[in-house]
Design a protein around this ligand. Structure first.
Ligand code: DOR
Ligand code: ZN
Length: 421
């Protein structure tokens, strides 16, 4: 398809400018004879978004999400690439499962689906997975997400192997000895409600441990979904020391607080939990000053029957792919180009996808693009979500910014706000 995008504001790592964009043969080109023209007046044209943290649930929990439905939700959110989390059933801990996800992404996906691998076999925390074999089939991020690796000796070995292979360990920071039975953030609200709490310290201790393991081994680490003020401070100091550390924050940790649990609704149960306004402010500040590199959704679909259970039984997690942009623009006092950086080229680099995604919009770049209205104010309607699960916590939360078109390898995956398949 030869495509011309006229009248938009192009935003990439060079900043913003008014420019027309020509696309032919799946790439941005100098000029082409257009078959289709998109009027992007008032819209932003940016490199496609990259999500470092998507739970697609296939294989194993296809009733909650599939690679097809999850990648459709991603495309509608403006994403051209997503990293698939390994807590599937079976776990993405070997080449056969990773390869299944990768192939399913190619045949059924509406974006580039890149499987991560688990750090330990079955995510059980006792035996490392075959990093070299997994790296050889393209796995670049390893994580036991859903759980942190508790054993410091095993984690030290993981970092040592990672360094030789050029892959990154991504940690879900939670010292489980401190969080048993927890349903929400440990603090005033939790004491008042009489519910078991998940202390900030449980995250911060593991952030600290892994910073010191990075200092020891020289291997890179990525911290998933940072949620506390002290975690942000620890990462800020580690970066100032020049350590190879990156970090992400979720849309819900920059917009929602623990007092929502007063409703006793499990829609607000997530791991790590929603924290206090001070934490929200600190995480926002971390994004603003670059301590936190990326916004990552932790899109975690769960069927309604499971989320309708009492707080202690319901699983943690919330969907986020279709609302991330709206939350980010609506809740971050940050220049638009910096917001796009946290959604696109910065996560692309962390995922090792910078050849194909997050590239500057110039001739020769693959046409993986998002075209969005930065000013549209809207409210999410759960039933309208493309995700197979509708467990969004953002009902009634003002959102600003919405994807209009998403282009993957020069073809529309979303056109006029609708998925093309
Ligand atoms: O809230 C969460 N849900 N946190 C995690 O770490 C895992 C995720 C899931 O898989 O549902
Ligand atoms: Zn996690």
């Amino acid at each position: 398809m030869n495509l011309l995008i006229t009248g938009g504001t192009v935003i990439d790592s060079n900043g913003g400018r008014q420019a027309d964009v020509h696309i032919a043969d799946g790439h941005v080109v100098e000029t082409c004879v257009p078959e289709t023209t998109i009027d992007a007046t008032g819209l932003v044209v940016s490199p496609g978004f990259v999500d470092l943290h998507t739970h697609l649930r296939e294989p194993g929990k296809e009733e909650a999400e599939t690679i097809e439905t999850g990648s459709r939700a991603a495309a509608l959110g403006g994403y051209t690439a997503i990293v698939a989390m390994p807590n599937t059933d079976p776990t993405q801990d070997c080449v056969s499962v990773v390869d299944f996800v990768r192939r399913q992404g190619i045949t059924a996906g509406l974006c580039d689906v890149r499987p991560s691998g688990s750090i330990t076999v079955g995510r059980r925390g006792t035996q490392l997975t075959p990093f070299a074999e997994l790296a050889a089939v393209g796995v670049k991020l390893f994580t036991d997400d859903g759980n942190g690796v508790q054993d410091p000796q095993l984690m030290r070995r993981a970092f040592e192997y990672a360094k030789g292979l050029g892959v990154t360990m991504a940690q879900h920071c939670e010292v489980e000895a401190l969080t048993g039975g927890a349903v929400m953030h440990e603090g005033d609200c939790c004491s008042h409600l009489g519910l078991p709490g998940w202390p900030a310290l449980a995250e911060e201790l593991m952030v600290h441990r892994d910073i010191e393991l990075v200092r020891l081994t020289g291997a890179p680490a990525h911290f998933l979904h940072l949620s506390t003020a002290r975690s942000v401070e620890l990462v800020r100091a580690a970066k100032a020391d020049g350590l190879p550390i990156t970090a992400e924050a979720t849309p819900h940790h920059i917009s929602l607080t623990d007092d929502l649990l007063r409703s006793y609704s499990a829609i607000y149960k997530v791991n790590p939990p929603l924290r206090t306004m001070d934490d929200v402010d600190a995480v926002r500040a971390g994004l603003i000053d670059g301590t936190i590199d990326a916004i990552a959704t932790d899109h975690a679909p769960h069927v309604s029957e499971s989320k309708e259970q009492p707080l202690d039984q319901a699983p943690p997690g919330m969907v986020g792919l279709e609302t991330a942009l709206g939350v980010a623009i609506g809740h971050l006092d940050m220049p638009l180009a910096d917001i796009v950086a946290t959604l696109s080229w910065k996560p692309a680099k962390i995922a090792g996808l910078e050849e194909a995604h997050g590239r500057d919009i110039e001739p020769g770049s693959p046409a993986n693009l998002t075209i969005f209205d930065p000013d549209e104010e809207w409210e999410v309607v759960p039933a309208m979500l493309a995700s197979k699960s509708h467990n969004t916590p953002f009902v009634g939360v003002p959102l600003k910014g919405r994807t209009k078109h998403t282009i993957l390898n020069g073809e529309f995956t979303v056109k006029d706000g609708q998925a093309t398949r």
